[in-house]
Design a protein around this ligand. Structure first.
Ligand SMILES: Nc1nc2c(ncn2[C@@H]2O[C@H](COP(=O)(O)OP(=O)(O)OP(=O)(O)O)[C@@H](O)[C@H]2O)c(=O)[nH]1
Ligand SMILES: [Mg+2]
Ligand SMILES: [Zn+2]
Length: 296
């Protein structure tokens, strides 16, 4: 380790160059030392690092990557604290996508928060979401980027660490992030005005604003969600099932239609959401399909 190592966070990585924000708040251009390649470690956006700054036009070097709290694979981002899953009355909520994203977050050890945006258009969606998702134990916020409702609560969550927002296109992720952090992000209306191609490549880039460290990525890629996921393990990514684990008659239990299943009983008693369980069964089928075809 260098004697005068700087500490910083990688904010962007392009073509083997890494941009790190040092404690001095300056952005330094760095390369990874060869030892990382030998160890098969690729620096990621969000990584806490020790580095030796370059001088003049010379880039510096990443000396150490500090232990990661979490790792998101695609986009590759380390140390995400919260993923805010945004839904809105418009476009109509895609709950299957929401549940898929929740599985994804749980699988990668990232805490979710549910953010119901555009409460100015419809005040009732939040009730529906609370009904189905309170047993999850995740924060649930009712917000509006237009009226400013709930933005202070969103800001509180954002202060906890690196955050990203995921969800359908048009639910207001960029608008919300702008409202909460003051960053100027590309939103639906602006992108229409400058008529950019829809598929502009976007690298995951960590942005700083005051205390906030946020990513405005297109969200998770769900491409390899099912890779290596044994169907019997899917239930482990449903935090609300945990209370009933070990109480089913059969073990292991898929909570599908087994007699004496404690989860099915809890749903019947109204302690767990019916629709959430139905969607779990849909995802279970997908997982079983993918598992069957895993060597194709
Ligand atoms: N009425 C209302 N409209 C909103 C609100 N938040 C965002 N919008 C509008 O919703 C549209 C989409 O917002 P964006 O922030 O671009 O949505 P996004 O989720 O970032 O979409 P992608 O970047 O395509 O994934 C814009 O026209 C916003 O002005 C809100 O709270 N209320
Ligand atoms: Mg956006
Ligand atoms: Zn069961």
């Amino acid at each position: 380790m260098e004697v005068n190592a700087y500490e910083g966070v990688i904010v962007k990585g392009i073509g083997g160059l890494y941009y790190a924000r040092g404690e001095d708040t300056e952005v330094h251009v760095l390369r990874a030392k060869g030892k990382f390649r030998k160890q098969r470690i690729k620096p990621m956006v969000g990584d806490h690092i020790l580095f030796s700054p370059g001088s003049g036009d010379e880039h510096g070097w990443i000396d150490e990557i500090l232990p990661r709290q979490s790792e998101l694979v695609r986009p590759a981002v380390a140390n995400i604290k919260y993923v805010m899953l945004v839904i809105a009355p418009q476009p109509a909520p895609d709950y299957l996508l929401l549940d898929t994203l929740l599985v994804m977050a749980a699988k990668q050890g990232i805490s979710p928060a549910l953010v119901v945006n555009k409460c100015d258009i419809d005040e009732t969606l939040i009730d529906e979401v609370r009904r189905e998702y309170t047993s999850l134990g995740a924060p649930i916020l009712a917000v509006s980027a237009v009226t400013g409702k709930g933005i202070d609560q969103l800001q509180e969550l954002l202060k906890a660490g690196i955050c990203c927002l995921a969800g359908q296109s048009g639910v207001g992720k960029s608008t919300l992030l702008s409202a909460a952090t003051g960053l100027e992000l590309q939103t639906g209306e602006i992108s229409k005005k400058i008529a950019r191609g829809k598929h502009t490549t976007r690298h995951a880039e960590l942005m700083f604003s005051g205390e906030y460290k946020v990513l405005d990525t297109p969200g998770f890629s769900l491409l390899d969600l099912w890779d290596g996921l044994e169907p019997i393990n899917l239930k482990d990514y449903y935090p609300e099932f945990a209370d009933y684990e070990g109480q089913c008659k059969f073990a292991p239990c898929y909570h599908l239609s087994e007699p004496g299943c404690a989860v099915l009983a809890a749903v019947k008693e109204g302690k767990l959401g019916t629709k959430r369980l139905e969607r779990y069964h849909t995802l279970l089928k997908k997982a079983q399909e993918a598992w069957k075809n895993r060597y194709d």
